[in-house]
Design a protein around this ligand. Structure first.
Ligand code: FES
Length: 126
């Protein structure tokens, strides 16, 4: 099996960081209107701008939920600056070009939700 498909299936079947975070600094729910799939991302950020905890909840297809799981794994312990500069290309490097081309809205739901969450983060370190 293609290793990136294998990775997606593994994250879908064994999601990392799935569940609600208590007292997050920000939480954001976003969805794809076309299919009704939704995702909520929770973030905790320390004063020095480190993402100390991140989790997600959601309902949806394999690609959207697996991408969210991968995203949380990549971001835990990283800086806000790293999260802010993540692009479509980064997500493509995780899920693979084939999936990105055939299911772009599914693959990018987590990134879009993250970007919105960052915009609503109440206090950002200087
Ligand atoms: Fe809705 Fe994939 S089918 S996000």
């Amino acid at each position: 099996m293609d290793p990136q498909i294998e990775l997606l299936l593994d994250h879908y079947e064994n999601p990392r960081n799935r569940g609600r975070l208590d007292n997050p600094d920000v939480q954001m729910t976003w969805g794809n209107p076309g299919c009704g799939d939704v995702l909520t991302i929770y973030l905790k950020v320390s004063d020095d701008g480190t993402i100390t905890d991140i989790s997600f909840e959601g309902e949806g297809c394999t690609v959207s939920q697996a991408s969210a799981s991968i995203l949380t794994e990549k971001l835990k312990g990283q800086s806000l600056a790293y999260a802010e500069q993540l692009t479509v290309d980064d997500v493509m490097s995780w899920v693979g070009r084939e999936v990105m081309i055939s299911r772009p809205r599914c693959a990018l739901l987590a990134l879009s939700t993250l970007k919105l969450a960052l915009r609503y983060l109440p206090k950002k370190p200087n």
